[in-house]
Design a protein around this ligand. Sequence first.
Ligand code: NCD
Length: 308
Amino acid sequence: MSPRLRHFTTLEHLPRETLERLLDRAESLRDACAHGTRKINVLAGRTVLNLFFEPSTRTRTSFELAARRLGADVVNFDIGFSSTSKGEELYDTLHTLEAMHLDAIIVRHKQSGTPDELVRHAMSGVSVINAGDGNRAHPTQGLLDALTIRQHRPDFEKLTVAICGDIKHSRVARSDIHALSTLGVKEIRLCGPAALMPATDEFPQARHFDDFDKAIGGVDAIIMLRLQKERMESTDLPDEAAYFNRYGLDRRRLALAGHGCLVMHPGPLNRGIEIASDVADGAQSRILEQVGNGVFVRMAVLDEVLAR
Ligand code: NCD
């Protein structure tokens, strides 16, 4: 059996067995909740800190609910857009908070690599969980996307999944690619304008497309990404109407995908820019299921790193 994780900062290089264990655990927690169990007190007496240096609605709330449902106490520490980025201030914050005897720190930060910095500097006994760092990783989102796909299409070896939009700035895309390739998805397609695509050698396992109609032909799932303007150079900023014309997911395009193709998006949505409202709210949309699965995946991760 693969060893239990102490920290959870990226899906890259995690073995398939570990990912499957976390997905199975999330599924069993989901089943327990479906049967009316709302609280499982495996983390009673443990304290979890939400340390968010970037704004977040769903991820933060989802981690908070997950920790509470496992019986842990939760403290929220929002730093928003403060100038704290790296270096002394971050470690001062860390050690101050640690002195309050925390068991886990859930961190979101605009700087890629911050969770691993915290792992290096954290006192022994504190687990670090990444809730999104720069454009590098968002491992619980990668897992919840895999769980959502598995729920409808468990046969990963037969699947083609397209990830479309602003891939270059997307930590979600990176964690999705890590999860889906480790779990054995047959084909991963990446599509977006050249300025928003990753370097071709970053994901040699994926097929790169410029033409969106071709990229989604026959696919089983489409993961649409938000245009992350806050991470773009002004020269990369596309005209929104032109962008929707070439890379927006609307009904005409969805008809090109495979029968019953799953429509996914990590949120927040830019309606009318990367996705049409009738598709986001349509019968094939799994967007709210993703949100629901997020709680169970985060429960599974907290349980993994904190259970005695
Ligand atoms: C994503 C994020 O913050 O990386 N959102 C999320 O976690 N639900 C994606 C995004 O911001 O576009």
